[in-house]
Design a protein around this ligand. Structure first.
Ligand SMILES: Cc1cc2nc3c(=O)[nH]c(=O)nc-3n(C[C@H](O)[C@H](O)[C@H](O)COP(=O)(O)OP(=O)(O)OC[C@H]3O[C@@H](n4cnc5c(N)ncnc54)[C@H](O)[C@@H]3O)c2cc1C
Length: 449
């Protein structure tokens, strides 16, 4: 409830004014924020949002980032002359979404995507009628709206769905829905909670896809901030009054630390905390799930596919290159498709060669568009699971997750070690806007001190 109130305040611009508040020390001398040092770990959107707000409020802020550039999971590859967003692509619901404002301020251009602008193929290149697709989709909506009542905390979405709808579970169109609607958004079907899969809030309004690169936003937020790149943090010692942060072979001291590294990084114990993190935080790190979604961009000299925004294909195997975004719709000079792999199949793709990936994708495209369909001229791909800066794509409510765990991840240690990042945002976890709001939330906590 309190968090909702915070978000409401943030969205209506009622957060604290940007006037640096004076801090009163125990000795009654005035201490300005400038005397307080803050280290922000991670230059993703959460870390940058916090660093910008604290810097604007007069704090002495330094950001330590393990990679060669800012943005984290808002990362754009322009090596082919077009913007391939390796992480987030969409603004999910533009109404009152802080990313909408940030897009306008930063110059990120967008294109409204419409789910119904699509064509669906079954195996053998058979076109599925819109009537069949739409009525199954309506049924899915109603199942999603009610299935949690029939689930239990110890059962996965897959277990409960299979029990209730065995025929649908084996139907190719339904397998596609389970994959590209549920697993893509929410996590591994066999690990996803059957009672909490629907948790969280959403913004209303259109879905918009970034067209000139989502990294436009982090690049804008990073302007003027003190950011040290290629600095991997390995230890946070908060046992004494000054916090000691070990990064590469250096130790930096600070009054406050904001940890924004992804849940996957916390799960893999990349950072050692001294003293150890409290048991409830360790438990939350273990219980909340980390999904894996990989993205693939393919280009050709000439387009051979349908002139629609989305092309879906319903193979026997779930989670495998079943959904194609037609990049040409918003980038007419480019003949490119973007496709996806989810969950365990996504993890498997990371050990496949480019030739193997192309071969598997082309099997699907040739089944739809004919055996003479040419191989692509280029492939760009992601490997989010083995990426040591993330170890996965985004958090989800796994079996064993309780909503309290998100608040446990967000909880502050000794009023000095703070935590932000999408996985700490109880209402909007797993999204770019959730990550942004979490950074503002933690900056406000420090300002309020
Ligand atoms: C494939 C994919 C698709 C997505 N699609 C969408 C979408 O369409 N819409 C949407 O709203 N959201 C989407 N998301 C989610 C969104 O991208 C994330 O929720 C958001 O970007 C997370 O921001 P963050 O600041 O919490 O974490 P990050 O962006 O991951 O930032 C954390 C930073 O910490 C750094 N770091 C890690 N370890 C260390 C260390 N030891 N020391 C120092 N620095 C470290 C990392 O390099 C990174 O820069 C998607 C994500 C992925 C992966």
């Amino acid at each position: 409830m309190q968090r909702r109130k915070f978000i409401k305040n943030t969205l209506t611009g009622l957060t604290l004014p940007l006037i640096p508040p004076a801090l009163i020390s125990c000795e009654d001398t005035i201490v300005t924020p400038k005397d307080k040092t803050v280290i922000v770990i991670g230059a993703g959107i959460a870390g940058l949002a916090a660093a910008k707000k604290l810097t604007e409020n007069g704090f002495d802020v330094k950001v330590l980032e393990s990679q060669e550039k800012v943005g984290g999971r808002l990362r754009t590859n322009r090596s082919l002359g077009i913007a391939f967003d390796e992480g987030a692509s969409w603004i999910h619901g533009v109404n009152k979404n802080p990313i909408t404002t940030l897009a306008q301020e930063s110059g990120m251009t967008t294109f409204e995507t419409v789910d119904e602008n699509r064509k669906s193929y079954d195996i053998g290149g058979k076109i599925r009628t819109a009537a069949i697709y739409n009525s199954a989709e309506d049924e899915l909506d109603s199942i999603i709206g009610s299935m949690m009542k029939k689930g239990s905390p110890s059962e996965s979405f897959e277990t409960v769905f299979k029990r209730l709808y065995p025929q649908k579970f084996n139907d190719r169109l339904w397998r596609f829905f389970l994959s590209s609607y549920i697993t893509f958004d929410l996590g591994d079907l066999d690990k996803l909670s059957s009672t909490l899969y629907d948790a969280g809030e959403e913004f209303g309004g259109a879905e918009k896809i970034a067209t000139n690169g989502y990294d436009t936003i982090p690049n804008y937020l990073a302007k003027g901030l003190n950011i040290q790149l290629n600095e991997r943090v390995t230890m946070i010692d908060y046992s004494a009054e000054k916090i000691k942060i070990t990064h590469n072979s250096t130790i930096t001291e600070a009054d406050y630390v904001i940890v924004t590294v992804p849940l996957g990084v916390l799960k893999n114990n990349v950072i050692q905390f001294l003293p150890n993190l409290p048991q409830n935080k360790q438990n939350a790190i273990q219980k909340i799930g980390m999904n894996c979604v990989n993205k693939f961009l393919l280009t050709w000299d000439k387009a051979f596919w349908d002139d629609v925004q989305y092309i879906s294909y319903t193979p026997e195997e779930r989670d495998k290159f079943n959904y194609f975004v037609n990049i040409k719709k918003f980038n007419p000079a480019t003949n490119a498709l973007m496709t996806f792999a989810y969950a365990n199949y996504a993890r498997q793709t990371e050990s496949m060669s480019d030739a193997q990936i192309i071969n598997e994708i082309m099997k699907h495209l040739r089944d739809m568009y004919g055996s003479n369909t040419p191989n692509p001229t280029n492939l760009l791909r992601t490997k989010w699971q083995s990426n040591p800066n993330t170890y996965g794509s985004y958090s989800f409510t796994a079996v064993g997750t309780e909503m309290q765990h998100f608040d446990d991840l967000a909880a502050t240690l000794n009023n000095r070690v703070f935590f932000a990042g999408e996985h700490t945002e109880i209402d909007y976890f797993s999204t770019a806007h959730g990550a942004y709001l979490s950074g503002i939330r933690e900056a406000d906590k420090i300002i309020d001190l």
